[in-house]
Design a protein. Sequence first.
Length: 352
Amino acid sequence: MGILLDQLQVERPIIQAGMAGGITTPELVATVANEGALGTIGAGYMDGSSLREDIRKVKQLTDKPFAVNLFATNLDASSADIQPMQRCLDGFREAFGIDAGEHAVQVKDHLDEKISVIAEEGIPIVSTAFGVLDNVHLERLQENGITLLGMATHPDEARQLEDAGYDIIVAQGTEAGGHRGTFDVVQAPDGNNIGLHVLVQEMLDQVDVPIVAAGGIHTKNQIDALMIMGAAGVQLGTRFLPAKEAGTNAAYRRALIQARSGDTVMTNVFSGRPARAIRNRFIQEVENSGIDPLPFPIQNQMTKDIRAAGKRLGRPEIQSLWAGQGVGAIEREESVAEIMRSLTQDERASER
Ligand SMILES: Cc1cc2nc3c(=O)[nH]c(=O)nc-3n(C[C@H](O)[C@H](O)[C@H](O)COP(=O)(O)O)c2cc1C
């Protein structure tokens, strides 16, 4: 545990997950850092200049170290062969007053600019999802002395990350909210779905670098149990979604408070990659259409306008309500300080 705290330069072995898509505001990242844990900017979909802007805002709010999360994959993609799915999505667009979808879709990758920004801004810690970062980018980060965390959903992926020189592995159990970090979703279309306890134990047996546990963690008791097992720390996503400092929109917050643990499902209808979300109308109707989602990130780009309208109109039924299986524990909005207190203080002690 001490090794992890030294590597991450934090007081507590708790990481706020990098969550792409506007959740990880500079206020969230900085407040987590000021509370002694590791805050992470979710930069997967950002370009270089918006990442630099966010980094500078965080720096104005804290002098503590913080991390940036990237997708270890090239997002460059284009597709013209999208009509069947576009017709299905146009049904939602008509129902919610959104312009009809385009005939072709293009996505641009910004990984290279973001790696430069990270090096220039002196970011000490980077975490990645969806694979092992390519050699050129990996070396640039390593030359800058950056500590690397890689998300893995299978012991084989953990070994690949370790072999590539990653310093810490995040074991992402099937309970986890948001996208599965699974490297090859052609081979595993639903992602690898190993329960957190089994995954942590297998990784502890098979790799030598510290293991951070992620998936469904909401309480101090869970953190204590995982640390007793041998995890060096924990990474939490869903627990921070109702934080007052997070960018979570109001309809999403209400859905998180209402949802129970059995209400999440694994789906690829939003992005083309398997991810855990609260079941809603969009998931049900697209799945029932029988039309296969396009591969990531094309499907993600195609559904973007609908999800954005869901936020604007306050309609949870057309949003990607990413959440882990622990969502049933969420009862209300809280400040980061309150969340951190609940994760670190023994509440039973105060009751005695
Ligand atoms: C809203 C949301 C967005 C996420 N986005 C990312 C991301 O951009 N990059 C990443 O590595 N993990 C992402 N994750 C997954 C987290 O890294 C982590 O594995 C997960 O949140 C742990 O499970 P929990 O949500 O039950 O705590 C996301 C999770 C959520 C809930």
